[in-house]
Structure formats: structure tokens, C-alpha cells
Design a protein. Structure first.
Length: 183
């Protein structure tokens, strides 16, 4: 009697599908997987790869080098001075991912996260003095129609970081021109 090599490791799933016959030495197994694509991905897949070979990644996505897509991340200086560096970096990562994920279907976010641009993302990390300045910045961004995430660390309920969704620099830089680079 022939036992399939995995039959002793994994019992057959009862009631889900009929058992498959053991493969013969000459049989071929083929798998087909399909994954849903966003409408942005489908549009980009129609481009002929040979016509894009000599084009910069940012140009493939319609991003001008003079007006790059950029994400701003703003941390609190008072926490930088008190908390471990790893914890501060984690707060920025949380806010950045949340802002990006929340606006994943936006055309700028899709371009920013595209495979063609993955190795050339632009982020600017800035700082504000404390909690009140962080809240004021979030209100200013909301008032200006700038989509962002105010990350509030739980369970402490401490606002730690603001991150914007990816924007063209020309659309957003003016909101951050008075802030210092985080050092």
C-alpha cells in the first residue's frame, strides 16, 4: 500500500472536499492563485514594460522630480527627551502606517507605495515642543483639509505623533515651514 508522504503529518479535512488521489511519479500539479487588485494597480498593469525601461520610477507614476510625493511625520520634542529612542521611532512608524493605510485608495498614496517608487520614498521628520503644539498642528491640518493621523498612544491616551498621508510637496509644505527638523 502506498502512503502519501504528508498523509501521516496532516489528516485529511473531513467534509470539506473529497480526498485527492496520491500523485503518480509522472503527474504534474498546477496551482492558480488570483489576488484582487485595486483599480490603481489595474490601470498601471496595462503599460508596456519595454516603453518604461528607461524612465525614472517617479516618472512612471506621474510624479515630477521637482514636486515629489512626500509624507510628513511630526514628533514631540518633550517625549524625545524623556522616552527611549526606540519608543519614539515606533510612534512615528505607527502614525505613518496609519495615515498611509487609511488613505490607501488615494492616487498619491498608491503612487507613493507603488513598487516602482518603493525604494525612493520621501519622508520629512519634524518636531514640535509638546502636546499642545501637536494638537494645534492637527487642528491646523484639519482646517486646511490636509488628511493626516494624530497618533494617540493607548492606554495612556497620549498624543505622540502626527503623520500626513502622502501628498505632492507643493500641496503641503507650507503647513510645515515653521517647524524644525527632528534631530
Amino acid at each position: 500500500m502506498f502512503l502519501h508522504p504528508l498523509s501521516s503529518i496532516r489528516p485529511p479535512l473531513v467534509g470539506i472536499s473529497p480526498p485527492l488521489p496520491s500523485p503518480s511519479p509522472n503527474s504534474t500539479v498546477r496551482f492558480r492563485a488570483s489576488f484582487p487588485l485595486s483599480h490603481h494597480s489595474r490601470n498601471k498593469m496595462t503599460t508596456n514594460a519595454t516603453e518604461n525601461d528607461s524612465v525614472e520610477p517617479s516618472q512612471k507614476q506621474g510624479v515630477s522630480n521637482s514636486d515629489p510625493i512626500i509624507q510628513y511625520v511630526v514628533l514631540r520634542r518633550d517625549l524625545i527627551d524623556k522616552w527611549p529612542l526606540g519608543s519614539i521611532i515606533t510612534q512615528g512608524c505607527h502614525a505613518s502606517v496609519a495615515a498611509t493605510w487609511t488613505h490607501l485608495d488615494h492616487v498619491d498614496t498608491a503612487a507613493y507605495c507603488s513598487l516602482a517608487n518603493l525604494d525612493s520614498m520621501h519622508k520629512v521628520t519634524l518636531e514640535v515642543k509638546g502636546e499642545q503644539q501637536m494638537r494645534n498642528l492637527s487642528e491646523k491640518l484639519t482646517g486646511g483639509g490636509i488628511e493626516h493621523k494624530l497618533w494617540i498612544e493607548q492606554p495612556e491616551n497620549i498624543p505622540t505623533c502626527v503623520a500626513t498621508r502622502p501628498y505632492h510637496k507643493s500641496q503641503i509644505a507650507s503647513f510645515f515651514k515653521k517647524l524644525k527638523l527632528c534631530k
